[in-house]
Design a protein around this ligand. Structure first.
Ligand SMILES: [Zn+2]
Length: 320
């Protein structure tokens, strides 16, 4: 029987757990609601119950568990430091030890987007591209960087916050406090807000039809469909956001010269219009070296990048 590893992705809405073998073959997967209002002790008990229930489906208990945390962690001490979207922010909660005692195996913590980067590095495009940047394009923009086959974390595990470099010096205020971060220009809500504005100005008839005029239903998915159906102004808004993203990608390309830049998350589902614009912007803006060898790609693992990153972390026993 191959050894089994566990991974858990702690999200604001759901806790997702996966069991897999060391080569990334997924055996079991299940989600339960997070119910973060129950506080850390209650949520940790739910994580343990989920992992233990999955563990009973396999002959052997998981040997180790990788836990993705939506915020800052102290990996050495096994504490959560700051979870911005959770009640009480989970400051200095000893999650590693609390959970390890309830699941009976070692637990390793890592920020969720760095975890997805590790997944992509281990089981996705990183198998051939050993220097790689990962942009997670969703409600916010997260990221991670791997250099010469190793995920790089820096002293606080914060290396790779690719959504928070300045693209427009006097741009919109960002959640991090800065002005004009990439996240304020190319995140899902940033792009959708422009879609809503266009629709309400009478400039996006296809989008209006798609969401029946309901601004709350406008996401990048509907905008991509409206652009495809002929809404030129919506296509233009997507291209503008993708150019900003391309500038962000170009900045990362000259910093670490990756072999691959992986764009994941819901915004990446926009597809060709986004990817082609980013590729063109990188060609235009990187002049220091040829960029033919820099592949700009959708995630090879899709929504499983984080789960498989947790398996990789469990297999290697933390970040080495
Ligand atoms: Zn920011």
């Amino acid at each position: 029987m191959p050894t089994v590893y566990a991974s858990v992705d702690l999200g604001g809405t759901n806790i997702k757990s996966v069991l897999a073998t060391a080569d990334g073959t997924m055996l079991e997967a299940r989600s339960v609601p997070t119910l973060s209002h129950e506080g850390p002790a209650g949520v940790i008990e739910r994580i343990a119950a989920l992992v233990n229930e999955l563990g009973r489906q396999t002959p052997d208990r998981p040997k180790a568990l990788g836990l993705a945390i939506p915020g800052l962690v102290d990996r050495t001490a096994g504490l959560t430091k700051f979870l911005p979207n959770f009640p009480t922010q989970w400051r200095d909660v000893p999650v590693r030890d609390l959970l390890a005692s309830q699941v009976g195996c070692p637990v390793y913590l890592l920020n969720d987007v760095r975890m997805a980067t590790l997944g992509e590095l281990t089981f996705g495009h990183g198998r051939t591209a050993r220097t790689m940047a990962f942009f997670a394009l969703g409600t916010g923009i997260g990221g991670g960087v791997a250099i010469d086959g190793r995920l790089r974390l820096g002293p606080l595990g914060a290396a790779g916050e690719l959504g928070h470099h300045t693209i427009l010096p006097d741009g919109p205020r960002c959640g991090c406090g800065n002005l004009g971060c990439l996240e304020t220009l190319a995140s899902g809500p940033a792009i959708a807000a422009e879609g809503v504005r266009l629709m309400e100005s009478g400039l996006a008839p296809k989008l209006y039809d798609l969401v029946e005029g309901n601004a709350g239903r406008v996401t990048t998915r509907e905008m991509a469909a409206a652009a495809e159906a002929g809404d030129k102004n919506v296509a233009e808004a997507i291209v503008r956001a993708a150019r900003y993203l391309g500038i962000g990608v170009a900045n990362v390309v000259v910093t670490i010269h990756p072999e691959a830049v992986v764009l994941g998350g819901g915004v990446a589902q926009i597809g060709d219009l986004l990817f082609e614009t980013v590729r063109q912007t990188v060609r235009e803006r990187v002049g220091m070296f040829p960029t033919d060898g820099v592949a700009i790609l959708p995630s090879a693992l899709g929504e499983n990048a984080g789960s498989l990153g947790g398996i990789a972390l469990a297999v290697q026993g933390g970040i080495v």
